[in-house]
Write a protein that binds this ligand. Structure first.
Ligand SMILES: [Ca+2]
Ligand SMILES: [Ca+2]
Length: 205
């Protein structure tokens, strides 16, 4: 059946107040297509449905069944991230674990998103859990300082809002054992005194 030339009446059921619902284009063909510009007044979940008896053809035949429900989340808030505080600034253990806890669900976090010096990681070293937490295993390049951060907008939430910059964490990776030297000094006085000195030289990277 050919589509009527005149626009049918259309009523939408919306879950959120809109500042504007404008009709961008109406295309008449075998099916009549409405493109609507929806502007929510605030963040949140928006659902849209055409209810029963709310759209008619030019012969005033109304729809006898409600449409499916479309849902989307309007989100303009930038996500934030908290990072794990190292239990010690010096470590001999590796890989070093770096934990990112985001304020909301993120699109993804990959190795390329991290700003890392003195070490490396791969996408396979990053594990996500359901609580918006990503655990990253970092392998030091060598002894010395390993530093990692997440720059502003490096990753996004599901609505593509960029993340706020994280704090920068650093560790000193040190696997060199300290050296110990004993020296004995004899002092002749009224009594003979022996002074034992233990010198420890810390082997630092
Ligand atoms: Ca957000
Ligand atoms: Ca050392």
């Amino acid at each position: 059946m050919a589509c009527p030339a005149a626009h049918p009446r259309l009523t939408l059921t919306l879950s959120l107040t809109l500042t504007q619902v404008s009709d961008l284009a109406v295309t008449a063909g075998d099916a009549l297509v409405y493109d609507l510009n929806l502007n929510p007044v605030g963040e949140g979940t928006v659902t849209i449905q055409v209810p029963t008896n709310s759209i008619s053809d030019v012969a005033t035949n109304f729809n006898d069944a409600a449409s499916n429900v479309l849902t989307f989340v309007f989100d303009t808030t930038n996500p934030t991230v908290a990072v794990s505080t190292p239990t010690a600034s010096y470590t001999k253990h590796y890989p070093i674990e770096y934990v990112l806890v985001f304020s909301e669900t993120m699109f993804s976090v990959t190795a390329a998103d991290l700003t890392l010096t003195g070490g490396s990681t791969t996408d396979g070293d990053i594990v996500e859990d359901p609580a918006n937490t990503f655990t990253v295993q970092i392998t030091p390049d060598d002894e010395g300082v390993v530093e990692v951060s997440l720059l502003q907008d490096a990753v996004t939430d599901l609505a593509l809002n960029g993340v706020e910059a994280s704090a920068t964490l650093s560790w000193t990776f040190d696997t060199t054992r300290p050296d110990v030297v004993l020296t004995l000094t004899l002092t002749l006085a009224l009594t003979l005194t022996q002074v034992l000195t233990i010198s420890v030289t810390e082997g630092q990277p």
